[in-house]
Write a protein that binds this ligand. Sequence first.
Ligand code: GLN
Length: 232
Amino acid sequence: MTGMTSESCPRSEARRVGNGTEAVSRPTIGVFALQGDVREHERVLAALGARTTLVRAAGDLAGLDGLVIPGGESSVMDKLSRLLGLAPAVRAAIDDGLPVYGTCAGMIMLADRIANPITGQQSLGGLDITVQRNAFGSQVDSFETRLSVPAVSEDPVHAVFIRAPAVLQAGPGVDVLASVPAERLESGVDCGLVPGSVPVAVRQGNLLATSFHPEVTGDWTFHRYFLGMIAG
Ligand code: GLN
């Protein structure tokens, strides 16, 4: 797979409504389906009107308008995606501008740098951030909170963090959309970006990533925002 060109990557379909020319978009979103909470993302995306398709091999990327990489275990996703030859194909699609949204482990997969990978762990990369895996502690340290995300929503967003990564560093092209207080971090984790605060939602062009899991909360703000990135 050499990545998608504008010719091979069809945009959302548009159809005529009544006598007018109102565009109704129904994008096709792939869900990276090697491991993790694939079904949850599929359900949200379908409820928001998108077509969904599972991505397990390079050929599954053809014709996608966007891709979601779910939460789960990034080291497993990494191993499987390289074994199956999916990793280089997704990276090529990212470089070609495919919109991709990564949640939790998906954020780790999109990060250019992992501060604490397991031995041999790689990421797809594309997003100019350094992440720390499990930065808020283990499963028992999972927490829920309401996040202020002014660029995305007027209302606070309900966010669930489960063995979540934190963004320790971000390049100049990265917009921080939401942060949590640094005291949430496990002791010893140092986030030097903004004193006292840790980014947990970021965007860089076609790439969106959140440390948390909107697919399990019923708060679909970030999925809507992602579909808006595609439509826009
Ligand atoms: N800690 C996991 C990892 O390293 C991510 C956890 C999650 O996706 N909930 O991949």
